[in-house]
Design a protein around this ligand. Structure first.
Ligand code: TRP
Length: 347
């Protein structure tokens, strides 16, 4: 039995990259019944570390992300879904953890380094942003999570958390739990490229299929996908490597899809071989991919539309989840303060 914690920054709706890279896995872990507790956190406070001037973006995306979660099958009866900013204990833990981390340790964090560059902060890095790996350690340790399902880019955060836990436990008392990351089990799913072939689906690049997209949006987006630029005529031999249409097929296509939507082939290997040989047009492959994605995403979208009719109910769920999360975090904070000997008034 273990405790799972993971989460997302609410800076936009969730997309197909999140779906294959993390959401499906979380639902499987949730439904496996193998874990004591599962906490899914909407990391609004972390989102504000680089969006201080855009509170509305973060606010408005809280219910969007919650809808995406539940539409994919995260179930508030099995997982605690909560909002980070509603758990003040996380700030208190962060404040004590800050004393256990050096500035140079934070400066070496490769994900933060990369984000600083991508956001063009140069010398104007918000202190909150620079220190978010510490707050992320508070998120994880407050729930004594030992399993953190995340993407590869989050590994430095887990490593930082483990460092903090080890330092805390040896300086004071061993009350914190060292977490391990659980990465996506397949490399295609770990990083779905954008529709335009960019390395990653990302809202800022405008190359995403969202879980909330209409069936027509999906169709148009698939039709507009980047393929193999050397495959000019149908007869030309094509490349399947680095071809996002085939990468998406690797992520989503099962043999049954051929029987249902493209019976002239048995499986993806046959389809790829034809494409590589020449004589198979992009249109046919895209039409097939569209059928598969429509099939996969229709139930998610329908559930999302249904849930979106009552956003009040979504906030009730988040409120209950936040209350439950706070009671757990408060208990850990008590243990932390008593381990540090700063529980002056405890009886
Ligand atoms: N950093 C994560 C992201 O950008 C979000 C997050 C915040 C998180 N706290 C966490 C993930 C704790 C896992 C565990 O997606």
């Amino acid at each position: 039995m273990g405790v799972i914690l993971t989460g997302d920054r609410p800076t936009g709706k969730l997309h197909l990259g999140h779906y294959v890279g993390s959401l499906k896995r979380r639902v499987e872990l949730q439904n496996s019944g193998e874990f004591e507790d599962i906490y899914i956190m909407i990391a609004d406070a972390q989102a504000l570390t680089d969006n201080a001037g855009d509170i509305n973006k973060v606010r408005n995306n809280i219910s969007e992300v919650a809808l995406d979660y539940m539409a994919c099958g995260l179930d508030p009866n099995k997982a605690v879904i909560f909002i980070q900013s509603q758990i003040p204990e996380l700030c208190e833990l962060s404040f004590y953890y800050m004393n256990l981390v050096t500035v140079s340790r934070l400066q070496r964090n490769p994900t933060v380094k990369n984000e600083i560059q991508m956001r063009g902060f140069k010398q104007s890095i918000p202190v909150g942003f620079f220190t978010y790996p510490i707050s992320q350690a508070a998120d994880i340790t407050a729930f004594k999570a030992d399993i953190v399902p995340v993407g590869e880019d989050q590994l430095p955060m887990i490593e930082q958390t483990r460092d903090i836990v080890r330092t805390f436990n040896s300086l004071y008392k061993p009350v914190l739990v060292e977490p391990s990351a659980v990465l996506p089990n397949n490399s295609v799913c770990a990083r779905l490229p954008g529709l335009d072939g960019a390395a990653k689906m990302s809202k800022s690049l405008g190359n995403c299929i969202y879980l909330a997209d209409s069936s027509n949006d999906i169709k148009k987006k698939v039709q507009s996908m980047f393929t193999d630029p050397t495959h000019l005529r149908v007869e030309d031999p094509g490349h399947v490597e680095n071809n996002p249409v085939f990468i998406y097929l690797d992520a989503f296509c099962k043999d049954e899809h051929f029987a249902e939507f493209l019976p002239s082939y048995q499986n993806l290997d046959e389809l790829k071989a034809h494409y590589q040989r020449g004589g198979l047009g992009d249109g046919t492959v895209k039409k097939f991919l569209n059928e598969i994605l429509q099939n996969e995403l229709a139930p998610v979208r329908e559930k999302r539309e249904y849930l979106a009719k009552d956003v009040g109910a979504i906030f009730d769920i988040l409120k209950k989840g936040s209350e439950k999360a706070e009671s757990v975090a408060a208990k850990t904070l008590d243990e932390v303060k008593s381990a540090m000997g700063i529980n002056y008034f405890a009886k």
